[in-house]
Design a protein around this ligand. Structure first.
Ligand SMILES: Cc1ncc(COP(=O)(O)O)c(C=O)c1O
Ligand SMILES: N[C@@H](CCSC[C@H](N)C(=O)O)C(=O)O
Length: 415
């Protein structure tokens, strides 16, 4: 490095495996921080460069530089991780290949004989990985209704190694009391890890690390990136020892996010606040429309949500995912197929609106018998609201409902 380059313009980040006590500090409000990235190099580039390289040359055989191999660390990934750490109130964030990869890294903290307490309504892929661990890894998994604090605490014992929470849940939009559950777990089983999947809200609307949980992870395929053009996962912690354990697995298994995907995610996250705000406002209108039309709608922005107060005690927003039932699988199928603007697709948190039937799509990997035991309605429709004009969205939905016979008249309905 040239000695004439002022130190403020040099890459500010230590190597990924170096502890960062306290983590990067937030200077601005969240909406500003998502946009604001430090100038990463001596050229003051406005966009973080993509270091599309697998290897880094060393000055000599015995002198290691900051980076040697992209699996172990890459400057584009470091910039992304530092940026996300500010946004997620974390001392350290690790960026990996997908949300499931994030969960896999976290799950590798477990040992045979350990017990995990998880929700009874969770993303199908999470359920699949937990099932794999219980079948092949000697892990005992208890699925409980996490809306009930006692249902969680009843399963706590000295073998409990992890409590895995989602709030809101995907797809039933159930809310759990993250701060209280965390406190009770820490009181009774101090070594147990509380991990929260925050994918449904993103750090713009909820920051579970603030409630004392150990690990927050997200599928960055969703809100954080926002355009359905990459797969990514992020893991956020506030404990350097834990960060090092997780980083060991990321390096050992080679699941660190590739430089180009890091760059895409850095670009996507800059519009997180504005995308989220618009999608959420659209979701509120759509939810109110459906409720007004007589459907049972699950959305934490509606006062009718059974855990409305609890949700707003933890979160700054309701998100953009809602679900509703029609009373008939056939009717639901016809609604989905009659939608023109709403894309029939899995996933959520994207700029465009999506419609799906979880039992046939995102949650199809859960055994139908288990779905029934856990009261996941087969006719459930999930709407993942985007940033389009809201009247177009409501009109298209109204048309689909009418076509499917779920409404008597197309025009008579509130909009
Ligand atoms: C709540 C939730 N967590 C985790 C995941 C996994 O993320 P990914 O698809 O990025 O692996 C998903 C969806 O896939 C999800 O909906
Ligand atoms: N075929 C995939 C389904 C992905 S679902 C993605 C997303 N989490 C959602 O809830 O829509 C699989 O089996 O994992």
């Amino acid at each position: 490095m040239s000695s004439s380059v002022p130190s403020s313009l040099l890459p500010p980040s230590p190597a990924p495996s170096t502890p960062r006590p306290g983590g990067p500090q937030r200077r601005y409000k969240l909406e500003t921080e998502v946009v604001y990235t430090e100038s990463p190099d001596q050229y003051r580039s406005s966009s973080v460069p993509i270091y599309q390289t697998a290897t880094f040359k060393q000055a000599s055989g015995s002198e290691m530089g900051e980076y040697d191999y992209t699996r172990s660390g890459n400057p584009t990934r470091t910039q992304l991780e530092r940026h996300l750490a500010k946004i997620m109130n974390a001392s350290r964030v690790l960026a990996v290949a997908s949300g499931m990869s994030a969960m896999d890294v976290i799950a590798r903290l477990l040992r045979p004989g350990d017990e995990v307490i998880a929700g009874d309504d969770l993303y199908g892929g999470t359920n699949r990985l937990l099932k794999y661990l219980s079948t092949n890894g000697g892990i005992i998994v208890h699925h409980v209704d996490t809306t009930s604090i006692s249902a969680v605490t009843e399963k706590l014992n000295d073998k409990t190694a992890m409590v895995l929470l989602e709030s809101p849940t995907n797809p039933l939009i159930k809310i759990c009391d993250i701060p209280t559950i965390t406190r009770l777990v820490k009181d009774r089983v101090p070594n147990a890890i509380v991990a929260v999947d925050n994918t449904m809200l993103s750090p713009i609307a909820q920051n579970p690390l603030d409630f004392g949980v150990d690990i927050v992870y997200e599928s960055a395929t969703k809100f954080l990136s926002g355009h359905h053009d990459l797969m990514a996962g992020v893991i956020a912690v506030n404990d350097e020892k834990l960060a090092e354990k997780l980083f060991f697995t990321v390096n050992a298994t080679g699941c660190g996010l590739a430089p180009f995907d890091c760059w895409l995610l850095l670009r996507g996250v800059k519009t997180l606040a504005i995308r989220f705000e618009k999608a959420q406002s659209n979701a509120q209108t759509v939810a109110e429309y459906l409720e007004g039309a007589g459907f049972k709608v699950r959305y934490p922005g509606l006062e009718s949500h059974p855990q409305y107060d609890l949700h707003w005690s933890m979160a700054r927003g309701a998100g953009a995912v809602l679900s509703f039932e029609t009373g008939s699988v056939d009717v639901s199928e016809r609604i989905v197929e009659s939608a023109r603007l709403w894309g029939i697709s899995v996933s959520f948190g994207c700029v465009n609106s999506l419609i799906s039937m979880p039992c046939k799509m995102s949650h199809a990997s859960i055994d139908p018998k288990v779905r029934a035991e856990r009261a996941l309605p087969e006719d459930l429709i999930r709407l993942c609201v985007g940033i389009e004009n809201v009247s177009d969205l409501v009109e298209d939905l109204k048309h689909a409902l009418f076509q499917a016979g779920a409404l008597k008249t197309e025009s008579a309905l509130p909009c």
